[in-house]
Ligand binder design. Structure first.
Ligand SMILES: C[S@@+](CC[C@H](N)C(=O)[O-])C[C@H]1O[C@@H](n2cnc3c(N)ncnc32)[C@H](O)[C@@H]1O
Length: 205
């Protein structure tokens, strides 16, 4: 891994662990709420296995997960579209992408995920556009996000949803999502205990 990338990932992992230990009081809106390192490694591996070129992410925060994914996708000259509504987080993410020397592979879309996904649905005329998606934003609209995203995913494309098991406060919503996905004949899905619990969904038809 290039040094510029591993340095930034390490720095963000330190911030994340400070956040989790609650030794410093970080206001809710400033928390990264990032995926775990193990999840980052898993995403990176799946992107490499798939030779992915077009990725969508919902929930950028400071860019930790985006950088893990960009590290893999950049070797394929691929692009990540990542959605975030908090301007301060976008600034932090942009700064981290520049420092990781990976900014050319990332397009940040600022705004509410639901609006951006609806616009993307119209824009992506080739409906089978994305070969990899990470869903990691608010949980209230998560079923709607999944339903808007699925038609834009290529057959064989992968959708990963974070926080299936932790924090526990999301369990009920995530269970509803998991049941919703399982009912869809167009996908195969499994809940993996990696990190905060990752739903790994493959579009099969
Ligand atoms: C769990 S964090 C993302 C962490 C990031 N994926 C990572 O692992 O580094 C969720 C992010 O989604 C953003 N978010 C929450 N609701 C959103 C919405 N409705 N539209 C766009 N972004 C949203 C939050 O501001 C927050 O930065």
């Amino acid at each position: 891994m290039r040094e510029a990338i591993s340095n930034i990932l390490e720095k963000l992992e330190e911030q994340s662990s400070l956040e989790k230990t609650r030794k410093v009081d970080i206001p809710q809106q400033d928390r990264m709420l990032a995926i775990t390192k193990e999840t980052g490694e898993l995403l990176n591996m799946i992107l490499r296995l798939k030779n992915a070129k077009n990725m969508l992410e919902v929930g950028t925060s400071a860019g930790y997960s985006t950088i893990w994914c960009a590290e893999a996708i950049s070797e394929n000259s691929g692009k990540i579209i990542t959605i975030e509504q908090n301007p301060d987080k976008i600034k932090r993410a942009n700064d981290n992408f520049q420092k990781a020397e990976i900014a050319d592979n990332i397009i940040i879309k600022e705004g509410a995920a639901i609006n951006i996904l609806k616009k993307l649905n119209i824009k992506v005329k080739n409906q089978n556009f994305f070969d990899f998606v990470l869903i990691d934003a608010d949980k209230e609209n998560i079923i709607e996000y999944f339903d808007l995203i699925l038609p834009m995913v290529a057959i064989g494309g992968v959708i990963i949803t974070d926080n299936m098991l932790y924090p526990e406060k999301y369990r009920q919503e995530m269970k509803k999502l998991s049941n919703h996905i399982k009912k869809n004949p167009k996908v195969r899905t499994t809940t993996s205990p990696v990190g905060n619990g990752e739903e790994i969904t493959i579009k099969i038809k």
